[in-house]
Design a protein around this ligand. Structure first.
Ligand code: KG4
Ligand code: ZN
Length: 330
């Protein structure tokens, strides 16, 4: 009955989780409100907040799981990719803890973990091979996943990530950071009656910069005619932004299904919380779609512990000399 402690600190969430025999027993996330007033993550502030949060978060994860730290069999942590200062906090903490408990250390790739969290034993598990779509504030990738350690990026964004597109469009509409969940909420009371430009990127790659510019120009034009345009049309604006962003993702997924012949689809990352995306995926009745529970979508350590469990079973352990990696390929 292996017990894995997972630790995540790649961006602005400090998280710890306990996995017992493949089941998540606790999943604690301390989000950092300090970035809100800056409209985005400030790396130095994030690293400082991780330092303050990491011990209480790990303590809470252990006590909620009713596990003593001496019972932990391995410490899994996010090696990368992410903000270097943030990663360093988790990296040094996990190394010291593993060393003091005399248990193996496991290095996890954050982007792989967003997909591998689907193998937690209490939820429906996909089968290999599958197409993974990771949609977060930092990434938009289509991944061909042949096994837990054989992943190939088959498409990715050429500019912004889709979460960033939600956040930046939301900022123009006057919504607080991160705007994705606010857009989702207001979209439910609006109509997608504004057509923003749809990118024309060949193959399986994505682009969101043209969309962003079209929102900016559209708003400028409308505000010249009506200075309260945004306030008067907030819900329709949100609904239209969400409609196009979801459409971009679904169109590329359809292409990936045709190109690979694989209909097993696994979604991961913060934007998979989006209700418009969830609805659009539910309409693809000939696909077998796996959408994670909300607590496994935005950054969390459950995914680090689950991904770590695969490595634990293969005895693929980490190295105390390994440096955090801000850039890390799949
Ligand atoms: O995976 P995540 O927590 O962190 C990164 O690794 O980036 O993703 C955060 C992103 C943010 O851009 C946020 O606006 C977006 O996920 N997000 C959403 C929703 N919930 C979170 N976007 C659209 N609709 C949502 N419901
Ligand atoms: Zn993430």
């Amino acid at each position: 009955m292996p017990i894995i402690l997972g630790i995540e600190s790649s961006c602005d969430d400090t998280a710890a989780a306990v996995l017992v025999d493949g089941h998540i027993r606790s999943n604690i996330v301390a989000s950092q409100d300090v970035h809100r007033e800056y409209g985005g993550v400030v790396p130095e502030l994030a690293a400082r907040a991780h330092l303050q949060n990491i011990i209480p978060v790990v303590d809470q994860a252990l006590s909620k799981a009713n596990i003593d730290k001496k019972e932990v069999n391995a410490v899994a942590y996010t090696l990368g990719p992410g903000l270097i200062g943030s990663l360093l906090v988790g990296n040094s903490f996990a190394k010291s803890l593993a060393m003091s408990l005399n248990v193996p250390l496991i290095e996890v790739n954050h982007m792989q973990a967003h997909l591998l969290v689907h193998f937690e034993k209490s939820i429906p598990n996909p089968s290999f091979p599958f197409i993974g779509l990771t949609v977060s504030g930092g990434h938009t990738q289509l991944v061909l996943v042949k096994s837990p350690n054989r992943m190939e990026v088959i498409g990715q964004t050429l500019d912004d990530a889709v979460g960033e597109a939600f956040d930046k469009a939301g900022k123009m509409i006057g919504l607080p950071y991160p705007a994705g969940p606010h857009i989702d909420k207001y979209a439910q009371d609006g109509e997608p009656n504004i057509s923003f430009s749809m990118p024309k990127v060949p193959g399986l790659d994505f682009s969101f910069s043209g969309f962003k510019t079209s929102v900016l120009y559209y708003l400028r034009k409308q505000q010249k005619l009506d200075k309260d345009y945004i306030r008067n049309h907030r819900n329709d604006l949100c609904s239209s932004v969400q409609y196009i962003l979801v459409n971009i993702l679904i169109e590329k997924l359809k292409k990936a299904v045709i190109e690979t012949g694989i209909k097993e689809i696994v979604i991961g990352g913060g934007v998979s919380a989006n209700s418009g995306l969830r609805l659009a995926l539910s309409k693809q009745t000939d696909w077998n779609v796996f959408i994670p529970p909300l607590s496994f979508t935005t950054d969390n350590a459950a995914m680090i512990a689950v991904a770590g469990y695969f490595k634990y079973q293969n005895k693929s352990f980490g190295d105390l000399n390994r440096q955090a990696q801000s850039r890390m390929v799949l």
